[in-house]
Design a binder for this molecule. Structure first.
Ligand code: SF4
Ligand code: SF4
Length: 170
């Protein structure tokens, strides 16, 4: 096993505890940020996101695909079922269930569409939620702080971005 994979395994093993240790600090930071944001917050987030994903290789990680699943919108279902040459209902019956919020989610994790080498075999038609995860380059990032506080325990890139953000946004 190469050293980058070993390192990522170690990072993922420690991540839940690290996120827990930082939770209160991050919560306070976001509460403050919601009251007053720097004018260039969208730009800052774009830079932090790009810098982090130059360092972090999702193909070595895939923790989001292994531990949580995306929501599937009707558009996602239409697009993906077409890819499989199935009727939307057939796709739903085979892969999805309805969760407690009435959303379509995967019947199981790790995601059925994840290959052994951590590649998504429906990558070109994957759900919008997958394409946008961990949402660290979205505009008005402060509006999804509750979701981000959960994502930092799953995604090492999101964790690093939030920690760097705390240093840059005073
Ligand atoms: S988005 Fe985050 S959790 Fe998902 S594969 Fe990339 S680094 Fe890992
Ligand atoms: S659809 Fe693809 S990107 Fe989304 S969770 Fe499954 S394997 Fe990961």
């Amino acid at each position: 096993m190469n050293s980058y994979i070993c390192l990522m395994e170690e990072i993922l093993k420690n991540l839940p505890k690290q996120a827990k240790d930082k939770h209160n600090e991050s919560k306070k930071f976001f509460a403050k940020l919601k009251k007053k944001q720097p004018k260039n917050l969208d730009r800052i987030m774009q830079d932090l996101h790009e810098e982090e994903f130059e360092r972090t290789d999702c193909l070595t990680c895939a923790n989001c695909c292994k531990t949580t699943g995306p929501l599937f919108t009707n558009k996602d279902i239409e697009r993906i079922s077409k890819f499989f040459k199935q009727k939307p209902q057939q796709f739903i019956d085979t892969y999805l269930r309805i969760d407690e919020d009435n959303d379509y989610v995967l019947q199981q994790v790790p995601c059925t569409f994840l290959d052994e080498d951590n590649k998504c075999f429906i990558y070109d038609v994957r759900p919008k939620a997958c394409a946008e995860f961990p949402h660290t380059d979205r505009k008005k990032f402060q509006q999804i702080s509750n979701l981000t506080l959960k994502n930092v325990a799953i995604c090492p890139a999101a964790f690093n971005i939030v920690e760097e953000m705390k240093k840059r946004v005073k």
